[in-house]
Write a protein that binds this ligand. Structure first.
Ligand SMILES: [Zn+2]
Length: 73
């Protein structure tokens, strides 16, 4: 049994990720049941724990690199 992936970023980042996925979602749903028939790549992405961890890591690294280059906010 696969475990449920967990977001290891902040709550605000989770909200941003959710909005980005919703904006890029192209899932297809069964018109009679409303159940998801085909999962889009954006939603498939959040089922991969390593990908989520990589995304959270890159967000922190990008912020750190910008601060090193241009100073803190
Ligand atoms: Zn989708």
């Amino acid at each position: 049994m696969r475990s449920q992936p967990v977001w290891h970023g902040t709550r605000e980042e989770a909200v941003q990720l959710t909005k980005a996925i919703a904006a890029n979602c192209c899932c297809e749903f069964d018109p009679t049941t409303g159940a998801r028939a085909i999962t889009c790549s954006a939603h498939s992405m959040i089922e991969d724990q390593r990908l989520l961890d990589g995304l959270a890591f890159v967000r922190y690294m990008a912020k750190r690199l910008v601060e090193q280059e241009f100073g803190p906010e």
